[in-house]
Design a protein around this ligand. Structure first.
Ligand SMILES: C[S@@+](CC[C@H](N)C(=O)[O-])C[C@H]1O[C@@H](n2cnc3c(N)ncnc32)[C@H](O)[C@@H]1O
Length: 250
């Protein structure tokens, strides 16, 4: 039966209303998902502030590196590739007059660590805010939303960097493993430069895996200044990590 104009108009209006309602529901669920991810990232950031990154071991690792950087022979000019997270270490270093010739190229590709593109974007925004509001960082840090390994693997020239801070806290596998081999084999840091690695021990012994690579690719050109396993938090309950500090000696 043919429908009247009024009935057709009613059907059309109902279809529009249903579409709007569906769009509203979709928007609400996307917003809820975004809010949930923001809360998750914030929790992660504040947990890291109070536990892993402030742990005694991590502090003493940073003290050892600072001392090595301040030693007379350590390179004092150039760009340090770094994984800075909230820039706590870089803030300290940029306040030391003797190290004023050092600048930083910092990288963030949080996806392997905190799942999801949205969280990566939030973290990168937070990192950019930290740089902007910290006068000591503003002119000394160039920040990129990229995988540090892609960039390091692209650099072929020996002696390219005074030091490298690859505090990954991820497993020594895949691209990270390839980057570690590349850094050592091609002597990317200058003589007396520091290479700092941190690896997770998830399902593997990072220490054994690293020592195997060290034996193969570092030869006698590098000295191990520190090789230490530590729990990621003050309570000792965090993820177990292996930290390595190397110095190139020839
Ligand atoms: C362990 S945190 C760095 C902590 C910082 N060095 C400190 O002492 O406070 C590692 C950071 O680098 C990021 N990250 C890990 N592997 C990366 C990679 N291959 N490329 C870029 N960013 C990476 C993580 O998402 C995280 O923000």
């Amino acid at each position: 039966m043919k429908k009247s104009k009024a009935e057709l108009r009613k059907i059309a209006l109902k279809a529009v209303a249903t579409r709007r309602e569906n769009e509203r529901k979709k928007m609400l669920s996307e917003r809820a998902l975004k809010a949930h991810r923001t809360r998750r990232l914030n929790a992660k950031v504040s947990a890291n502030k109070t536990t892993g990154y402030e742990s005694k071991s991590k502090k003493s690792v940073k003290e050892i590196i600072t001392e090595l950087l301040l030693s007379v022979t350590s390179p004092k000019i150039g760009i340090i590739p770094t994984l800075a997270f909230l820039f706590s270490f870089e803030k300290k270093l940029t306040k030391i007059a003797e190290l004023s010739g050092l600048t930083f190229m910092s990288f963030e590709s949080a996806r392997p660590v905190v799942q999801g593109q949205h969280e990566t974007e939030l973290l990168v925004k937070r990192q950019r805010r930290i740089i902007k509001k910290t006068s000591s960082l503003k002119s000394r840090v160039f920040h990129q939303e990229n995988d540090i390994n892609d960039w390091l693997l692209f650099v072929k020239q020996p002696n390219s960097f005074p030091h490298i801070f690859t505090d990954y806290c991820g497993n020594l596998i895949g691209k990270t493993r390839r980057a570690v081999i590349h850094i050592l084999k091609n002597d990317l840091v200058q003589v007396n430069g520091i290479v700092w690695f941190t690896f997770a021990n998830r399902g593997m012994s990072a220490q054994n895996a690293f020592l195997e690579l060290f034996g193969k690719y570092a030869g006698k050109r590098y000295k191990i200044e520190l090789l230490e396993n530590y729990a990621g938090s003050k309570s000792g309950l965090g993820s177990p990590m292996t930290t390595v500090i190397l110095r190139r000696i020839k």
